[in-house]
Design a protein around this ligand. Sequence first.
Ligand SMILES: NC(=O)c1ccc[n+]([C@@H]2O[C@H](COP(=O)([O-])OP(=O)(O)OC[C@H]3O[C@@H](n4cnc5c(N)ncnc54)[C@H](OP(=O)(O)O)[C@@H]3O)[C@@H](O)[C@H]2O)c1
Length: 327
Amino acid sequence: MKTLQLRAFGKPTTAPELIEAAPLEPGAGQVLVALEAAPINPSDLLLITGRYGVRPPLPAALGAEGVGRIVAVGPTVDPVRIGERILIVPTLEHGTWQDQTVINEGDAVPVDPKADPLQLSMLGINPLTADLLLRRFTDLAPGAWVGQTGANSAVGRYVIALAKLAGVRTLNVVRRPEVAADLVEVGADAVVVSGPDLAEQLAAALGNDQISLVLDAVSGDVVTELAHSLVFGGTIVSYGRMSGAPAAISPADLIFRDVRLRGFWLKHWLETTPSARIAESYGRLAILVANGALRAPVEATYPLEQHRNALAHAAQAGRTGKVLFTW
Ligand SMILES: NC(=O)c1ccc[n+]([C@@H]2O[C@H](COP(=O)([O-])OP(=O)(O)OC[C@H]3O[C@@H](n4cnc5c(N)ncnc54)[C@H](OP(=O)(O)O)[C@@H]3O)[C@@H](O)[C@H]2O)c1
């Protein structure tokens, strides 16, 4: 059984090693899953370099999420589950960049076997993150504006789709003008491009309106501008740090307009939420993935053997979609 393993933190293209590991056996309450597809996310690249919110004990199996088929079950698990296509809940306790993985039965969420496995493999992290970002921080009335940075990311696109379904408008900040038309096509209400004239673009897009919630995956100066357009007492949720810069908010916005800055990490939510609620969320979102309402473009798929090319590709700027491992 091949597994992509991390022995020492380092560069994503050189640190992981593909090794031949002993076959896995499911224990009591566990299932053995043969992987079908598993995405490479920005958080995986951070984890490999040792700069993520957790540093797993090494050696560690890599890959946080994916989809596969149950091929064996341990004692106490109903063998009727063998053959089920399942989503692996991204607990970060089991690697998905390997031919097979053993997980607790409760972390194997059944999904529609007829739906696109590539889209299903991305359901565990980004759609749920988008859903929670929109629901947990502010009550959004129909017609309210949500502003977001990094809008061309997979999370950004799921936010656009979920906001549209809720009747909420999205004001989307991107760094490349060429992606704007596609975002409008998938439902963005306004797209602006980060740069020196961002304030003027925001004013033109909003008119007399204000933003009710800001979702930020980029950080840096772009947050300063969006904060000026937030409602009094409005919230900025920081959930990514693609630029590497600190979130910059003017003290005037913090003091005189009571702007609030919060963080969000899906791992905390998964660890502190009852499993029935987690299953309900995945069940609801899985239907939207299966019917095509929620989707992220895929730029390339690779076998595990080409992990260096796959990880270099995933780290490239200007991608048109996600990079995934497939079996
Ligand atoms: N906190 C959580 O629980 C949580 C959960 C899920 C995701 N996230 C975070 O959400 C973010 C998006 O994840 P994803 O999987 O959706 O990403 P993705 O689809 O792989 O896309 C990455 C995006 O980042 C943009 N980007 C990269 N470097 C940038 C920079 N220096 N300045 C501005 N934009 C930059 C890219 O812009 P272009 O399109 O122009 O190339 C692209 O749109 C990541 O930061 C990820 O870690 C956090």
